[in-house]
Ligand binder design. Structure first.
Ligand SMILES: NC(=O)c1ccc[n+]([C@@H]2O[C@H](COP(=O)([O-])OP(=O)(O)OC[C@H]3O[C@@H](n4cnc5c(N)ncnc54)[C@H](OP(=O)(O)O)[C@@H]3O)[C@@H](O)[C@H]2O)c1
Length: 314
């Protein structure tokens, strides 16, 4: 089968499409025919060698966590031909390939009526948005939420999921993306270059949850914008957020949290249900064939994608 591999950590060009044997299915996993896949900043960061301790130093390495396709070898509840989508949790990746071996708990039936590209755009980013808002930010009916950097892969889902949870949503993005945020349901859209988070007031606040989707703020910087029990949630791990998570409960009722996305069937089913109910849809920035993995990676590395960058596989 054709699959993306790289022989060393490095720039976008190290990743190539090569012929490799099909993955081997053990007793419990599913073999899927991948029809589309999606990129995330994690693909780029791992390939650049930012996580050598976790990702390891054995090469060649596979790429890709998000995929959508059809079951080749499944079980009684997911027989051959079932349309499925999911996120590979393991850092060993493998979604940028014609076939992938996936864990049953990391996939779910694909939402009806969506293309494989739209299904592949969903998993990692929408699960991150759901888990950040619901599990870390405790967002619910009547919550006031600020989403900072709301026009990228995670943000476009976070706007829609926050609305589905019943929140009032304020977004920040560059000026050119305010209209996109509004079209996805944001109640207020702000240009982040015109907002002073340290100033203590931002239109739409005080906030029950400040979700730092882009990840360049901090609890200290935005705490004045939080309500008395408000939570700052970031997507980007750092020593600082680990400390803030531990220390904030000792000093204040406000909280700092880091979301670490988990691939779970129940959450994928929640996402599929939101899609079926027309409360959630994918926003696709660009589509590339598998062979153009370099170009697709560079689009993500630009940090300018509006929604998701998708690979068409077969
Ligand atoms: N912890 C986890 O489990 C987890 C899971 C998923 C993602 N993440 C992390 O979350 C972050 C966002 O992921 P993503 O998939 O949404 O990334 P992305 O799609 O690459 O984000 C692109 C967006 O970033 C915005 N942006 C660029 N510069 C900005 C700035 N200075 N301030 C605010 N926004 C800016 C851009 O909007 P404009 O063009 O309008 O500026 C663009 O729409 C990444 O760092 C990723 O690694 C973490």
């Amino acid at each position: 089968m054709r699959a993306v591999r790289y022989d060393r950590y490095g720039a976008a060009g190290v990743a190539k499409v090569v012929d490799v044997p099909d993955p081997v299915r053990d007793g419990t996993g599913y073999l899927v025919r991948v029809r589309a896949a999606a990129l995330n900043p994690k693909d780029v960061l791992v390939r650049k060698g930012k996580f050598p301790v976790i990702a390891g130093l054995r090469f060649p390495k596979a790429m890709g966590y998000d995929w959508a396709g059809e079951i080749v070898a499944g079980d009684a509840s997911f027989p051959e031909g079932t349309r499925v989508f999911g996120m590979i949790q393991s850092w060993s990746a493998g979604a940028f390939a014609e076939r992938a071996y996936v864990r049953p708990e990391e996939c779910a039936r694909a939402p009806e009526g969506l293309s494989f590209e739209e299904c592949a755009a969903l998993p990692l980013a929408s699960l991150t948005a759901l888990q950040a808002l619901r599990d870390e930010g405790h967002v619910g009916r009547g919550s006031r939420v600020l989403l900072h950097g709301a026009s990228g892969g995670v943000g476009v889902f976070a706007i829609q999921i926050a609305k589905a949870l019943g929140a009032t949503v304020t977004t920040t993005s560059s000026e050119k993306n305010r209209e996109l945020c509004a079209s996805l349901g944001a109640d207020r859209t702000l240009d982040y270059t015109a907002v002073d988070f340290r100033g203590g007031t931002v239109e739409g606040g005080p906030f029950d949850a400040f979700v730092d989707v882009f990840g360049n703020q901090s609890f200290a910087r935005v705490r004045g914008l939080l309500g008395p029990e408000g939570t700052y949630v970031t997507t980007v791990p750092s020593p600082r957020i680990v400390l803030d998570t531990l220390l904030t409960p000792l000093a204040t009722r406000r909280r700092a949290r880091l979301v670490v996305v988990r691939s779970r069937r129940a959450d994928l089913e929640t996402i599929a249900k939101l899609v079926d109910e027309k409360k959630l849809h994918a926003v696709i920035d660009a589509r590339f064939p598998l062979a153009e993995i370099r170009e697709a990676s560079l689009r993500v590395e630009s940090k300018r994608a509006r929604g998701k960058v998708v690979l068409t596989v077969g």
